[in-house]
Write a new protein. Structure first.
Length: 159
């Protein structure tokens, strides 16, 4: 994509120090800058720290706080803990996967949605629950989630 500028990565690396032990804070800052960790950036970080690219990529994919692909415009997080599970989260999740045509961790081809699973969102009283960005939706059913997705799609095309 060519969005990564070598001098920007060099500046991030220099702020933390060119040492392998600084890899995590360097990756964190790089992710803050780009919203995820572009492959190009990971290559440049590996070179700067004299580490194998595979090592940098391994660390980036090991920690769930890092994303190695761009995220969608909306992040959908579905609660998978027991109270939600017992009240139908699995059916809701299946409806979402079907409606969006993606699996957890993936982003729709139009770049509109990224689907993720999460642990308890602290609103078990209205289980099953999902969050779209900062908005919590409770008492979900497969029909309801399809409506919610349709609303976001309509909003995206400005209807
Ligand atoms: S278990 Fe789902 S919100 Fe608490």
């Amino acid at each position: 994509m060519g969005v990564v500028e070598a001098k920007e990565i060099a500046a991030i690396v220099d702020r933390h120090g060119r040492e392998a032990s600084k890899l995590l804070p360097i990756l964190q800052e790089t992710q803050r800058r780009y919203g995820y960790l572009p492959e190009e950036a990971m290559q440049q970080i590996a070179d700067a720290l004299s580490l194998p690219v595979a090592k940098v990529f391994g660390v980036a994919t090991f920690y769930s706080l890092f994303a190695v692909a761009p995220k969608g415009q909306h992040i959908i997080r579905v609660c998978e803990n027991a109270p939600c599970h017992l009240r139908g989260a699995e059916e809701v999740f299946a409806a979402l996967r079907e409606e969006l045509g993606i699996q957890p961790g993936e982003t729709t081809a139009d770049g509109l949605f990224t689907l993720e699973q999460t642990s308890c969102l602290g609103v078990c009283g209205v289980a099953p629950v999902m969050m779209v960005d900062e908005v919590v939706y409770g008492n979900l059913t497969p029909t309801r989630v399809r409506e919610i997705i349709a609303n976001y799609r309509r909003a995206a095309v400005g209807e």
